[in-house]
Design a protein around this ligand. Structure first.
Ligand code: ZN
Length: 189
């Protein structure tokens, strides 16, 4: 999947990013399961905000799952990662900016850090802190979905209702994947 080989004797950061329904969490789970098969010590975290499917597991939209720990802040990831060799973080766009420093610190300690998150909000604007994570990562994977209107590759998340809060947790009930041409910002009636 990745054109570059992984380094030895050092940590690094991998970012998996894209719109909703593009398979980010599925790809995160795939990498973490492979790390487990390799007998590495794996820890997985997600923000308390994202409780759409389960509190103790990361679950992708197609319901693949892996046990995870829910945390209130990035600092808790540091506190709970001392013995880990591989750290997975899902829905990173819901953490504050300090997630950037936490990921750097973990990688500096020699750990492999795999972060998944939305790169754009429902307006198509960069979704902080993802731009900074993309800038400091050694490896980046952008996952594309399929546009529900025209079938082209899609990298935007279409909100189906006119709610203008940036964070509005939902799944297929509130969102669908759209390409650049078919995506629009919902206006108030
Ligand atoms: Zn389209």
């Amino acid at each position: 999947m990745n054109p570059h080989p992984f380094p030895n004797n050092t940590g690094w950061i991998e970012v998996i990013t894209g719109c909703m329904f593009s398979g980010k969490t599925e790809e995160l789970i795939r990498r973490l399961k492979r790390a487990r098969i390799a007998k590495l010590k794996v820890r997985i975290f997600k923000p308390a905000l994202d409780n759409r499917y389960s509190d103790e597991e990361i679950v992708s939209h197609d319901l693949h799952s892996i046990p995870s720990q829910t945390v209130e802040s990035p600092g808790e990831i540091l506190e709970n990662s001392a013995d880990a060799e591989v750290i997975g973080i899902d829905e990173a766009q819901f953490f504050d900016e300090s997630i950037v420093e936490v990921c750097n610190k973990l990688a500096d300690e020699g750990k492999r850090v795999i972060v998944a998150g939305l790169d754009q909000d429902y307006r198509g604007e960069p979704f902080e802190p993802m731009p900074k994570l993309l800038a400091i990562a050694e490896y980046i994977t952008k996952t594309l979905a399929i546009c529900t209107v025209c079938g082209n590759p899609a990298d935007r998340t279409q909100r189906k209702i006119a709610d203008h809060s940036r964070v509005l947790v939902g799944a297929a009930d509130l969102y669908e994947a759209r390409c650049r041409k078919c995506h629009y910002i919902p206006e108030d009636e």
